[in-house]
Design a protein around this ligand. Structure first.
Ligand code: G4P
Length: 189
């Protein structure tokens, strides 16, 4: 997606070899017009995938996922990174290890927002190691849903997430696949 790539080149900052700072339009401040275009781009790419729901992980995935759900006219389901303190019988949980934060967390899905037979499109801001994506897939499949695909706004193609998901048979679309990064230099695939 050319508009997104240009914005990354203009406003993104490669902090080191593997962290891309995009706080001014994706993580801390959101350019909603750009996110609307992101949602429309995902909707076009997955138009024939039979998507019945979009899912994402809080918090930075919500903006692009909401715009995708709007463009596809389907509900949005949000997976949380901690268990609810209210005891509930309809939650599914799985442990996910975040390499960025070097700590595990409990990814949580409320089962009643996914029906058996749903085809879920998983959208996230970043795809790095794929731990969050695989955790979501475990929970969504555990709830009886099928995975229509995985959409990443930015995928760091030099980290293993995208390859591992594809090897596992999932369709992955990255709007900005980053091939390499060094301080002050970002290259796309
Ligand atoms: P993984 O799921 O692909 O294995 O990645 P990892 O656990 O390492 O990522 C943890 C968090 O760091 C995620 O957000 C992810 O979106 C974010 N992240 C990964 N690589 C980058 C990067 O290069 N730049 C930026 N800005 N973020 C990155 P999170 O902690 O869940 O945060 P949030 O969604 O609550 O904002």
């Amino acid at each position: 997606m050319e508009m997104l790539k240009q914005r990354i080149l203009q406003d993104g900052r490669a902090l080191s070899g593997d962290v891309l700072l995009v706080d001014s339009f994706l993580n801390n401040q959101v350019d909603v017009k750009l996110m609307q275009a992101v949602g429309e781009a995902f909707a076009r790419r997955f138009a024939n995938a039979g998507v019945t729901r979009v899912a994402t992980v809080e918090s930075s995935g919500i903006a692009p996922a909401a715009m995708t759900a709007l463009a596809m006219d389907v509900p949005l389901v949000i997976l949380k990174k901690s268990a609810s303190r209210i005891l509930q019988d309809d939650i599914l949980q799985t442990e996910v290890f975040s390499f960025t934060k070097n700590a595990p967390y409990q990814l949580t899905l409320k089962k009643r927002f996914v029906q058996p037979g749903d085809r879920v499109l998983l959208i996230d801001d970043f795809l790095a190691n794929g731990e969050a994506a695989f955790g979501c897939i475990r929970l969504l499949e555990g709830a009886g849903a099928g995975i229509a695909g995985v959409g990443a706004v930015i995928a760091k193609a030099f980290q293993p997430g995208m390859r591992k998901l594809r090897e596992a048979g999932y369709r992955v679309e990255a709007l900005a696949p980053v091939k390499s990064m060094a301080e002050g230099k970002i290259e796309f695939e």
